[in-house]
Design a protein around this ligand. Structure first.
Ligand code: NDP
Length: 309
């Protein structure tokens, strides 16, 4: 068995080593621009360069080293008609829950303001926010969104969720589809975007939709930069309608300099770290799925190309 590996960061040695340990029957071939590659059975990649597509001609399945499929689905019909299999959690869900809980609590407990006060040498107790006014709305109730919802519930925030298809979750007010979006947004104080990037969700959070959030709302985006119309968000933060945002993802990454987000103190920037791929856990999951495919068994997390996730 031959596995074609591409790593955009160029760090391939630990991947080759872990595959050798967990799937000794496989030979891992590291993809290199211009090199002649013998046909491979499986591909392991995330953001493949254009030149790699021709080398996918013989694979039986494409494994993504991330949870999102947008970086490969952009190639559309140029991709072979084989299963594209994304990571299902693989250690990312708990990281998302940590990141989102941190920013929800930071805003709820006004810790961002206390940090600013402390730098100015000010000792002053601010009025507490009321928890019942602090509904947290999670867009995307999938592997990552549900783990975050589970983490938020014990704090006692009113939690709501929005998904494509209708769901029922104990203790969570659920909304779905375009029909449920207005009501979801208008009652959400902290909006958390955990959606896949698809034609339906790109630019979803534009001026009109962000304006539906109540005055003083806060945005946490851990999904993809293209969900948010950046100039619209900036204008609403500057106008005070949106109190602030914690952004982990951006239209252009690394976030270029200059960019107005860098200079806006109410916008917190992190460099796409809310959930990192955990190599060994991911390889273990991929190896299990390769073994299942070799035995003709079904596998989870196959991307539905028509849905876009
Ligand atoms: P899942 O596929 O498990 O869940 C996706 C959720 O989004 C589902 O609840 C789905 O609805 C919902 N959804 C999809 N399209 C729509 C729509 N048009 N309207 C309403 N809801 C919709 O994905 P994961 O939870 O595993 O991952 C989510 C995303 O997180 C990834 O696609 C990726 O972009 C991002 N991500 C970001 C990372 C980072 O470091 N910043 C790391 C990892 C992932 P339904 O339940 O009806 O199917």
């Amino acid at each position: 068995m031959r596995i074609l590996l591409h790593r955009a960061d160029g760090v391939t040695e630990p991947w080759v080593r872990d595959f050798a340990e967990l799937l000794p029957e496989a030979e891992v071939v590291v993809w290199q621009e211009g090199a002649s590659i013998a046909p491979c059975d499986y591909a392991v990649l995330w953001m493949p360069p254009d030149g790699l597509l021709a080398d996918l001609a013989h694979v039986k399945a494409i494994f993504l080293t991330g949870a999102g499929a947008d970086a490969i689905l952009k190639y559309g019909d140029a991709l072979p008609p084989v299963p594209i299999i994304r990571l299902g959690d693989a250690g990312m869900a708990i990281q998302m829950a940590e990141y989102v809980s941190h920013y929800v609590l930071r805003y709820f407990r006004r810790l961002d303001e206390y940090e600013k006060q402390a730098r100015a040498g000010s000792w002053a107790q601010l009025p507490q926010h009321r928890k019942e006014d602090f509904s947290v709305g999670v867009m995307g109730m999938g592997a990552l969104g549900m783990r975050t919802i589970e983490a938020l519930l014990p704090f006692g925030f009113p939690v709501r969720g929005w998904s494509r298809t209708a769901r029922q979750v104990d203790g969570v007010q659920c909304f779905s589809g375009a029909d449920g979006l207005d009501e979801f947004l208008s009652g959400t104080r902290v909006l958390v975007c955990m959606l896949p990037l698809t034609p339906d969700t790109a630019n979803l959070l534009d001026r009109a939709r962000l304006s539906q959030l109540p005055q003083g709302a806060y945005l946490i985006n851990v999904a993809r930069g293209a969900h948010v119309a950046e100039p619209d968000l900036l204008a609403l933060v500057r106008s005070g309608h949106i109190a602030g945002a914690a952004l982990d993802v951006f239209r252009n990454e690394p976030l270029p300099a200059p960019h107005p987000f860098w200079d806006e103190p109410r916008i917190t920037i992190t460099p796409h770290i809310s959930a990192l791929t955990i190599r060994t856990e991911s390889i273990r999951q991929m190896v299990g799925k390769i073994r299942a495919l070799e035995n003709g068994e079904p596998v989870a997390d196959v991307v539905d190309r028509t849905r876009g996730y």
